[in-house]
Design a protein around this ligand. Structure first.
Ligand SMILES: NC(=O)c1ccc[n+]([C@@H]2O[C@H](COP(=O)([O-])OP(=O)(O)OC[C@H]3O[C@@H](n4cnc5c(N)ncnc54)[C@H](O)[C@@H]3O)[C@@H](O)[C@H]2O)c1
Length: 271
């Protein structure tokens, strides 16, 4: 049988490479990253999309901040990619509490209840920018020459960063206490277009040059997160940027994720 082909087993189930397709849920599936993952992940992953409101594509409506809307939603899923939340580094405490902290707890709780093996969490680079950013939400302080590591203690630059750090901590609790595997992806900067050049000449240019995440690297990183079999993992989801301030070696080794793209290749083409 050629690699990657589908077959029907005697029970009439479709199998991919001899393995039953993995059923995964994506919360926040209508968002930017959700759209990239829905179109970019290998079709061997059978995706159930969860959205805040009805969409033009097939989805299950669930407000993750409302615990009463969650029971039963994850039945039959093997993994959940949890993207739903407020992604704004300047978002309010009320929104962070509701959408990011309570929402993530509710997702973990429903994953535990329905026996989901793994939750992959959209964490953020902002969990570690306390010393590296100016007071602006997306401006790197270039007077600071740092190379941060995953093991450096949380140092959030905003209520947003702190809300995601909180999600990682709850993830660790559910992994250790309830056996729900947890992968925290500290995502860099990924916009609607697949280029860091949108930031040229803006105060955010240095930030984007360090934090750029290409669409191709996003797909690879989340595929690796789906494949890994490990109780608790934290990884960087950023491209292999020449101006990175995150040390990628542990992510390379533990997740097996070796990003291919580099923001600097775009800027080199500008000259
Ligand atoms: N885009 C980036 O560069 C980036 C960087 C780091 C982390 N992240 C994280 O990745 C995730 C996805 O980011 P994005 O850029 O696609 O943002 P996005 O705003 O496009 O998508 C988030 C989605 O979550 C949904 N949502 C919000 N609150 C919800 C709730 N209470 N219940 C259900 N759904 C809810 C929204 O409807 C939205 O579609 C976010 O959690 C964000 O914090 C993004």
């Amino acid at each position: 049988m050629p690699a990657g082909s589908d077959t029907l087993c005697p029970n009439n189930h479709r199998h991919w490479q001899g393995i039953t397709p993995m059923k995964i849920g994506i919360t926040g599936a209508e968002g930017r990253i959700g759209g990239f993952l829905r179109s970019g992940l290998d079709p061997k992953y059978k995706i159930k999309s969860f959205t805040l409101a009805p969409q033009a594509f097939e989805s299950t409506v669930a407000d993750v901040s409302d615990a009463s809307s969650m029971p039963g939603k994850f039945e039959g899923l093997q993994a959940v990619i949890h993207l739903a939340g407020d992604p704004s580094p300047t978002g309010s405490w009320e929104s962070m509490l509701r959408n990011n902290i309570i929402g993530t707890f509710n997702v973990l709780e429903e994953a535990r209840r329905s026996g989901v093996k793994k939750v992959i969490f959209a964490s953020t680079n902002h969990t570690q920018h306390g010393e590296t950013m100016t007071d602006s939400p997306n401006e790197l302080d270039m007077s600071k020459r740092v190379m941060l590591r995953l093991g450096d203690y949380f140092n959030p630059s905003s209520i947003y960063g702190a809300s995601k750090a909180t999600g990682e901590i709850y993830g660790r609790l559910f992994a250790r206490k309830h056996g729900v595997q947890f992968v925290a992806m500290r995502i860099g900067a990924i916009g609607n277009d697949d280029t860091p050049l949108r930031a040229v000449g803006t105060p955010g240019e240095n930030y984007v040059r360090a934090m750029y995440l290409s669409r191709r690297d996003l797909i690879t990183a989340f595929t690796k997160a789906l494949e890994i079999d490990r109780e608790f993992t934290v990884a960087y989801a950023v491209s292999n940027n020449g101006r990175r301030i995150f040390d990628l070696r542990e992510t390379n080794e533990v997740l097996g994720f070796y990003p291919q793209d580099d923001a600097e290749t775009f800027f080199a083409g500008q000259k």
